[in-house]
Design a binder for this molecule. Structure first.
Ligand SMILES: NC(=O)C1=CN([C@@H]2O[C@H](COP(=O)(O)OP(=O)(O)OC[C@H]3O[C@@H](n4cnc5c(N)ncnc54)[C@H](O)[C@@H]3O)[C@@H](O)[C@H]2O)C=CC1
Ligand SMILES: O=C(O)CCC(=O)C(=O)O
Length: 425
């Protein structure tokens, strides 16, 4: 049955509630796996959520109070792990959902972690370098009691980068009175970062695109690709697709989108984009993000923010494969519509797990004090993601469920088992 389009405001609010929809799919996954209700009661919310107020001295002398969060979903398997987002739309609910997705990712690629996530309500695009440094350091001081290399290990996410990780690592090291590179991942190479972390999310997406294309008999060479978002995940991905011989016909950022049916000049766009993944402001001939998503193409990769493919536009998506580099870009209703239309949807918790996988490699290298080559990192990442993709694809086929539910079934099992062995449930 084809789902009806969302009609009123309440329907839309429910459709866009990322926490509720995640909970619904976790519930279904646990039911399918035969777990009792108390497992769902444990896993439906993070174990811990810290809300902090961060006073920051602004460059004009005034003090601004920022709100930040750190959610730790489940630490039965090991320390929690996940990025920190700086964005004006950050909410408590979003951070909670993001921490649950991190647990699922860690389960899918079999890392010894549970999920965590942090966020600060701010717009770094309107802040100076020094204001950002003070905010980053203030956040670490505020959450210091619950994070640490064996407790909860942060990393980059939307509008945060290796410089911000460096300030945060330095602040934590000062408090800890040790050099603590294992406190955070996504650091610059000279501070114990890993080769390949910058491009890891996109590399992982590239690996699963190749696997998904094989399943659909699509040759990546010559395939038409559309990428929403031109930041860390989206810009590297556009480059990898371009280098693989695909034709990247559309890209976008928060301000608009670019389209060329003959393929965009990706190297030129990479050269001109700013550190927040903005490039479309330089062009007059732009289209909207909505138009971008509905372009004729073979592979569509949302790599920006949540709730982009909804019941309102899922019927108009022309791609044969949708690969979610972003967290939560497709609503539950839209997942159903795309699946019914025969579009292969590779869900976020699988497609974007390359980032946390290489973050894990970084943490291992920090703990060992022994560093790997880029080739070693790539080889290990490829093995893990090919196995994860095929495991989930096969689960979807044999259990006759959509790819998202299959991914949740694979991802939730380890933390449920670990919680059971610990005697929590
Ligand atoms: N950086 C990482 O390692 C990982 C990132 N992700 C996810 O990938 C997505 C993108 O993250 P990054 O590339 O790291 O962020 P980024 O900050 O490097 O880039 C974000 C991009 O999204 C665009 N954008 C922001 N708000 C938008 C809006 N309202 N509409 C359309 N575009 C908008 C920005 O202009 C920019 O091009 C997020 O969902 C993030 O959670 C997932 C796994 C790991
Ligand atoms: O690299 C990490 O530890 C986490 C990356 C992240 O935040 C994500 O996958 O959404």
């Amino acid at each position: 049955m084809v789902a009806e389009k969302g009609t009123d405001h309440t329907n839309q609010e429910q459709e866009y509630d990322v926490l509720k929809s995640t909970q619904t799919v976790i519930h279904k996954a646990l039911d399918k796996l035969g777990y009792p209700e108390e497992v769902y009661e444990l896993l439906k919310e993070p174990l811990r959520l810290l809300t902090v107020k961060i006073p920051v001295r602004m460059d004009d002398g005034s003090v601004k109070i920022f709100t930040g969060y750190r959610a730790q979903h489940n630490d039965a398997v090991g320390p929690t792990k996940g990025g920190i987002r700086f964005h004006p739309d950050v909410t408590e609910k979003e951070v909670k959902a993001l921490s649950i997705w991190m647990s699922l990712k860690c389960g899918i690629v079999d890392l010894p972690y549970g999920g965590g996530k942090g966020g600060i309500v701010c717009d770094p695009r309107n802040m100076s370098f020094r204001e950002l440094e003070r905010l980053s350091r203030g956040y670490v001081r505020a959450i210091s009691q619950i994070v640490g290399p064996t407790k909860d290990i942060p990393a980059p996410d939307v509008f945060t980068n290796s410089q911000i990780m460096a300030w945060m690592m330095d602040e934590y090291s000062r408090m800890d009175e040790f050099n603590s590179p294992g406190f955070i991942t996504g650091k610059p190479l000279v501070l114990g970062g890993s080769h390949g972390r910058d491009s890891a999310t996109a590399k992982g997406v590239t690996i699963v695109i190749h696997e998904a294309a094989k399943k659909r008999g699509i040759d990546v060479k010559g395939a038409r690709v559309v990428v929403q978002g031109f930041g860390n995940a989206g810009s590297y991905l556009a480059k990898f697709m371009h280098d693989a011989g695909a034709k990247v016909v559309g890209i976008s950022d928060a301000y608009g989108a670019l389209y060329d049916p003959d393929g965009l000049d990706i190297d030129y766009l990479l050269d001109r984009r700013d550190s927040f993944g903005t490039v479309t402001k330089l062009f007059k001939n732009t289209i909207t993000n909505k138009e971008l998503l509905e372009l004729e193409c073979d592979i569509l990769v949302p790599a920006a923010i949540e709730n982009q493919i909804t019941e309102d536009n899922a019927h108009d998506i022309k791609a044969k494969i949708v690969v979610e580099a972003a967290n939560g870009p497709t609503t539950m209703g839209a997942t159903q519509i795309l699946t019914e239309r025969g579009i292969l949807l590779v869900p976020d918790v699988l497609a974007s797990s390359g980032g946390v996988t290489v973050s894990y490699f970084e943490w291992v290298q920090n703990n060992q004090g022994y560093y790997w080559s880029e080739e070693e990192v790539e080889e290990k990442l490829e093995k893990i993601l090919i196995k994860a993709f095929n495991n989930i694809y096969d689960t979807a086929q044999t259990r006759r469920v959509d790819m998202r539910l299959a991914a949740y079934m694979v991802g939730v099992r380890k933390m449920a088992e670990a919680s059971r062995f610990r005697g929590w449930i």
